[in-house]
Design a protein around this ligand. Structure first.
Ligand code: ATP
Length: 204
């Protein structure tokens, strides 16, 4: 039985370290179904025999451990060693990831009033065209760097990851709303609740 007539689907995105996971956790607490693109990416790599075959063909049998299972660390070391490797990995994984993500979305819409797709690459995939509302979470560069290094990422690594992403202007242009995460988590939650009350009064 379908319990919900129409679900609202929010695409949650933003630059690295901006606070997507933090926002997703608050939304989960409020009853939303969170679809985590990173998690799906890991699951499809682990669970699809066809994809594993393609990855082995592309990166060599050294990505497998002695029992023939994927050694994710070795794959990452090989793929992230060059821009071409990263591109190749993404080109292979993304079609599987996106198919699974869309399937999870369809299932979630049947029994949740609010579905959230948490995806750093939402705009890159042009999935902003597929969701009802694009929510971009943002914090200034200094804060994002501090938060990333606080999570154990080296400053050099954090900077290089930041350089690899779309500029904030692009996020801003394609957002329905930019949620600033420049203060403490309580402030973030307060402003998020306020926004939700405005866009989906039934939730609050
Ligand atoms: P990534 O792109 O790496 O997945 P993200 O956008 O999901 O990052 P989070 O993981 O939510 O960002 O936040 C990055 C780090 O900053 C986390 O350690 C988180 O706990 C912390 N953080 C997020 N928001 C705040 C805040 N308002 N005050 C203090 N710390 C915060």
């Amino acid at each position: 039985m379908c319990l919900i007539d129409i679900a609202m689907v929010i695409g949650l995105t933003g630059q690295i370290g901006a606070g997507k996971t933090t926002v997703a956790n608050i939304l989960r607490k409020l009853g939303a179904r969170i679809i985590d693109a990173d998690l799906i990416g890991r699951q499809v790599v682990d669970n699809s025999a066809a994809l594993l075959k393609k990855l082995t063909r592309a990166f060599g049998p050294e990505i497998l451990d002695s029992s023939g299972k994927l050694d994710r660390r070795r794959l990452a070391a090989l793929a992230f060693a060059s821009e071409a490797g990263k591109r190749k990995l993404n080109d292979l994984v993304h079609p599987y990831l996106l198919r699974e993500l869309r399937a999870q979305r369809r299932a979630a819409e049947k029994d949740h009033a609010l579905v959230v797709i948490d995806a750093a690459l939402l705009l890159f995939w042009e999935m902003d065209e597929e969701v009802d509302y694009v929510l971009v979470v943002h914090a200034g560069e200094k804060r994002r760097l501090e938060r990333l290094t606080g999570r154990g990422i080296s400053p050099r690594d954090a900077r290089s990851r930041q350089r690899a992403q779309l500029p904030f202007k692009e996020f801003q242009k394609r957002a329905d709303h930019v949620l600033m995460n420049h203060r403490d988590p309580a402030d973030l939650e307060r402003r998020l609740r306020k926004l939700l009350a405005r866009i989906i009064p039934a939730i609050n």
